[in-house]
Design a protein. Sequence first.
Length: 99
Amino acid sequence: MARIVEFDSDAREEFDEAFNWYATRSTVAAVGFASEIEAAIEKIERDPERFAFTFAKCQYGMLERYPYSVVYYHKNNRITIVAIAHAKRKSNYWQLRIQ
């Protein structure tokens, strides 16, 4: 089944900020970060039920080489990315977006 993946505007901003942070330090790191996000989203798209549940039926997939997780929820064929959350900062801040 084809799924639609969309980013919440705050999640898109978080991705952009993290990508830019890595890019100012290393182009290779920035490209690696984007590739890891893409790989995580592909895994989520293939099997959205496989990842652990968290607040308000959201789920999250951790990146392998970067300290981030992709927080999302899905309903029917739509996956909404709620946050690109750094593992060491602002724990659960994104929960305010789910109301």
